[in-house]
Design a protein around this ligand. Sequence first.
Ligand code: RTP
Ligand code: MG
Length: 150
Amino acid sequence: MTTQRTLILLKPDAVQRRLVGEITARFERKGLRLAGLKLVQVSRELAEKHYAVHKGKPFYESLLTFLTSGPTVALVWEGREAVAVCRTLMGMTDGAKSPPGTIRGDFALSVQNNLVHGSDSLENAAIEIALWFKDEELVNFAATDANWVA
Ligand code: RTP
Ligand code: MG
C-alpha cells in the first residue's frame, strides 16, 4: 500500500462561487485524510513559484492574475495513491471536456477557471506541499476509520 500526500488548491473561482464545501466533501468522502488546510490570499511571488513550469506559455500571465485575484484554499490530503486519486476526482484541465462525476465535469466550463489544482506527481506533490505549508502547519492524527477505507 502506498500512502501519499498531495497538494490541492481550491482556486479563487471555487471560493467566489461558494463551492469550497462541495469540493472539499468529495475528497473527504473518498476516504482521504486531511493533513493541512488554510485560506490564502496568494501573492504574485507564490503564484509564480507554484506555476513556474508554465512560464512563457500564452496563458501564463492570465493564470497568475486569476490565482492572485482572490482567496484560495490550500489543502493537503493523505491516503492510498492520493496523487492519482485526487487527479481522477478533479477531471481533465478543460471543464468542458471533463466527464460528469468529476469536480471540473460537474462544476466547470472553462479551461482556466477550473476550480481546483492538484499535484501531478509524487515528486511535485512534495515540492508543492513544502511551498504552501510550513512543517508545523501539517497535522498527523490517527484516523480511526483507517482500516475501513484503505
Ligand atoms: P493544475 O496544474 O491547476 O492542477 O491544472 P492541470 O494540471 O489540469 O493543467 P495545467 O496544464 O498544469 O495548467 C495549469 C492551469 O493553467 C490554466 N490553463 N489555462 N488557457 C489555457 O489554455 C490554459 N491551459 C491551462 C488552468 O487553470 C490549469 O488548471
Ligand atoms: Mg498542472
